[in-house]
Ligand binder design. Sequence first.
Ligand SMILES: *Cc1c(COP(=O)(O)O)cnc(C)c1O
Length: 431
Amino acid sequence: MKTTKKFLLPDQEIPTAWYNVLADMPPLQPMLNPATKEPVKPSDLEPLFAKGLIEQEFSTERWIPIPEEVRTLYKIYRPTPLVRASGLEKALDTPARIYFKNESVSPVGSHKLNTALPQAYYNKIEGVKNLATETGAGQWGSALSIACSHFGLNTEVFMVRLSYDQKPYRKVVMQTYGAKVIPSPSNLTKAGQKFLAEKPHTNGSLGMAISEACERAVTTPDTRYTLGSVLNMVMLHQTIIGLEAERQFEMAGDYPDTIIGCFGGGSNFGGISLPFLRHQLAGKAGFDFIAAESSGCPKLTKGTFRYDHGDTAGMTPLIPMYTLGCEYEPAAIHAGGLRYHGAGAIMSQLLKDKIIRAVAIDQDECFKVGILFSRCEGIIPAPESTHAIAATVREALKAKEEGREKVILFNLSGHGLLDLSAYESFLNGKL
Ligand SMILES: *Cc1c(COP(=O)(O)O)cnc(C)c1O
């Protein structure tokens, strides 16, 4: 078979603008101030975020130019390959054609650097000196650490206790890039002290770590907060994934009808799907957009759509979203990036409007498929990404049952080389 394995774009074809879906959707319900319940004004967010990022959060411009400094740094690993998963197709004996966008080639092993670079950039040009953030599995913390090292900013990362213990090498990655890493909850913040007093042996959660990082940002001079998912501006930055993929499908002479991503807060799924979804919003039918979440943290399939906080202490604005409740403590699954109680506002609205759909998948099915993928495609996927692969396998097997051709695109959001303890547990039957 003369199948082209991968489709590569040259450096100069890195997109020059991000796609903003807010230009093509009815206005979202506004974020609300947690104290007054009034809509949040952009200036309310200035203690937390750089102004350039706040502007993007509220923008309804369809195309937002990518600053040249950011495009230059994107060249370190972008454009990422679009790969035909021919090995997986063969193993499944499916009539479906399967492609994946390989975001695992970034230096930190995931898509998170796509938004870490612009977030660090806008803070830098506004004179901010320090960034505070949280991290679950450590992917976001690593991405922000490398972005800060490029722009000469200090970083403080509050890392969810469970991941701090489960994934010790992520901590070393962050430290290598110069970040300070603190297990959360910690005694450094009032919020952390309160969580520890209530639950001394807690595994921590992203919600708690966000409270700590926000508190640090607003109580330390020259410091802002950054968030690696959920926000509109993060979805915006991540659209570079789908925009590149669309050009690569032109090279392949093919086009996807089924688009799949795993779902934590929605950024890698938004990144791969929104550039295609823009054609659906403009009237083109026939896409199936599938968000694959963990059944250990099923906000999309079991949560409710309502206003909720982004963090556990209730410091962040109220966001209209699918949520399990900001005090929810997810199961101790290995896919740390999927252990978040809520979903970003854009993706929540699209789910509510039935423009996208969601499936929840058990950890066991995900690791089985992760191992199959490693053996037929050569890449050990991040535990998060195995959810996208598992949803892909289900769709490919359905295509086989129905004797139907289908073109599936999924996002390989990251590799699992720093998650080998999870694979070890699975292989030893101790998951
Ligand atoms: C953070 C992360 C996720 C989940 O976050 P989203 O915002 O939903 O993309 C998924 N995969 C990997 C590899 C991650 O690092």
